[in-house]
Design a binder for this molecule. Structure first.
Ligand code: FES
Ligand code: MG
Length: 578
């Protein structure tokens, strides 16, 4: 289907229902725009384009977006549209407590309602830090008006003592060295100014680049947009081009329901695996698909992971950074390499197919974008585990785990909360060795609440000092996409709703077998039944506000952690005329 097939008339644009009628209400709309110094000619008889901007003073990854919105506006004006910048909830991953995850759905609702309640014909979505991309996209898909995603872009590379250092991944590495006593305090303080060298999203294959790249593979960005460093002049030009393109998309009525199909979704999953993307994507992709009325299962993603090896040599699976990825040809070059796993006929925001978009892509450095025959890691980007500890599924990222734990039996050491874990984990007399399996529960969507990135439990100081840097860890929480380790995450159902994770006790033997996709506790069923009968749900701490709404309606990780009343692709009604 060509996007040019349906050309809209001016009269059919939704903004015209606010601005064009000769009635008192519309008079007020026009009057109030002129109050801001706009001439009638600037906003009448043209598409009104929203720039949804997630800039804020506490979002370092988005700190350039206020300026970048000006470039988007230029593009919109050039194409004959009228740009309006609408600020939206800014989810700076590192500042927001307990976790931005709890607010992803809030941003999705805000995006949908901004687009619904105002005279908007199309939208440029400006963001990129982890939850911003899925949040904005979920809202735009639900609203279903033409929308293009303009990614914030990764921060610049940095080096420290001659080696590449990346946001998140090296913070974690250096922290372990500091706790072990291998890094002294003055050097530790100096490191605060390293790894994050410029505005932009994390420069490793963390959740931000995972999600923006997936969204590109699904057709929501201009080709190659997500790999451009935030501080590159190419990034400014790309932003302007997004502005120009969205006006065309409005006239073509190229809205998500016309191009976001099962084929695009599958292309996104394939890209996720080739990138060695963050485990967080396994939740966000299900949620994004759900907004378009498409079911995506964990097992479908596992099946793709077994077909598509990790070929992006980026931290934490590899040893390069996003700037290197850009120089090597970026996402289009990676997609070219996995062409057999893609549906190249899928339509994109360009009005052309994915195949047409990447036709000229070339890989310029195969040490960064590897050949499929020479993958970065033996392990896949994702494996989905099941067993009596996680009947609804759990995930692990084998490509960033220690292969020696791929099959492991060890004694559980269980923590009931993150606070309890933090209070005890570094105690010198902790009863633990490197084969112990650390378990953290009550870190799930309802238990925490919001499913924070607590799943990369720290290796106890006692073991760090012995040189141990990885252990098997299990939780119903998530893990930062920039982190690495043998961490089983997203255990479903979570402990707080009475999932079997709530029943495990310190001393139980735990069996992990990644190849067999299994995770079990070696506890007889009669004993589990006794424990289940004695289990009591934790007290509900939040009596009011958004957190209460979230806890009452959030779905489990295998369902995408969306709010149950936001699922599905029922039409969003336009506000009534008054
Ligand atoms: Fe914003 Fe990593 S903290 S992208
Ligand atoms: Mg992150």
């Amino acid at each position: 289907m060509s996007s040019a097939t349906s050309r809209r008339t001016l009269e059919s644009l939704r903004s015209q229902r606010w601005l064009a009628p000769d009635d008192m209400r519309s008079f007020a709309h026009r009057q109030r725009l002129q109050q801001m110094g706009l001439r009638r000619e600037e906003f009448l008889d043209r598409p009104v384009i929203a720039i949804i901007n997630t800039w804020s003073d506490l979002s370092p990854c988005h700190s350039h977006l206020r300026e970048r919105a000006e470039a988007v506006k230029r593009g919109i004006l050039l194409a004959g549209g009228f740009p309006v910048e609408l600020p939206a909830l800014s989810l700076g991953e590192v500042m927001v407590k307990p976790t931005t995850m709890i607010y992803r759905n809030f941003l999705a609702m805000e995006t949908e309602e901004l687009l619904r309640s105002l005279p908007i014909d199309g939208a440029v979505l400006l963001g990129g830090c982890d939850k911003t991309t899925p949040g904005m996209l979920m809202g735009a898909i639900s609203m279903d008006i033409p929308a293009i995603f303009c990614p914030a872009g990764p921060m610049l590379n940095d080096r420290y003592r001659g080696q590449s250092v990346g946001a998140g991944t090296h913070t974690k590495k250096f922290w372990d060295d500091y706790v072990a006593g291998d890094i002294a305090k003055p050097e530790w303080i100096k490191l605060e100014a390293k790894m994050t060298r410029s505005p932009g999203t994390c420069n490793t294959m963390g959740t931000a680049s995972t999600m923006t790249s997936i969204v590109e593979a699904m057709g929501f960005t201009l080709p190659g947009a997500t790999s451009i460093p935030a501080m590159d002049a190419n990034h400014v030009r790309m932003a302007s081009q997004c502005g120009e393109r969205i006006v065309g998309m409005v006239w073509e009525d190229l809205k998500p329901s016309r191009f976001f199909t099962r084929a695009s979704l599958s292309n996104g999953v394939a890209a996720y695996m080739a990138l060695g993307g963050s485990t967080n994507a396994a939740i966000h992709l299900i949620a994004i698909a759900g907004r378009a009325g498409m079911a995506l299962s964990l097992d479908e993603m596992d099946a793709m992971a077994q077909k598509v090896p990790v070929i992006a040599n980026l931290f934490p699976s590899g040893d390069k950074l996003m700037e290197d990825f850009f120089y090597a040809g970026g996402l289009p070059a990676l997609l070219k390499e996995i062409t057999p796993q893609l549906d190249l006929t899928a339509l994109t925001v360009t009005g052309r197919s994915l195949g047409e978009n990447i036709a000229d892509a070339v890989c310029l450095d195969d040490s960064v974008i590897r050949k499929v025959a020479q993958p970065v890691a033996d392990g896949a980007a994702l494996a989905v585990l099941r067993g009596n500890l996680c009947p609804g599924g759990a995930v692990i990222k084998p490509s960033a785990a220690n292969p020696k734990f791929a099959r492991h039996r060890g004694r559980a050491l269980v923590f009931d909360s993150n606070a309890e874990m933090l209070a005890q984990i570094h105690a010198p007399d902790l009863d633990i060795d490197e084969n112990t399996v650390l378990i953290l529960r009550n870190g799930g969507p309802i238990g925490a609440p919001g499913m924070p990135e607590w799943g990369n439990l720290p290796v106890p100081k006692k073991l760090l000092q012995q040189g141990v840097r990885d252990m098997v860890r299990i939780s119903d929480a998530r893990m930062s996409g920039t982190h690495y380790g043998t961490c089983v995450l997203h255990v479903t159902p979570e402990a707080a709703v009475g999932g079997p994770l709530a029943l495990v006790r310190t001393g139980d033997m735990i069996e992990l077998d990644i190849a067999a996709r299994s995770l079990n506790m070696d506890v007889p069923e009669e004993e589990l039944a006794r424990r289940r009968a004695a289990w009591q749900a934790p007290a509900q701490k939040y009596a009011r506000g958004y957190t209460r709404l979230y806890m009452e309606h959030v779905t489990q990780a295998d369902q995408g952690c969306d709010l149950d009343f936001l699922l599905g692709n029922a039409a969003t009604p336009e506000p009534p005329i008054f």
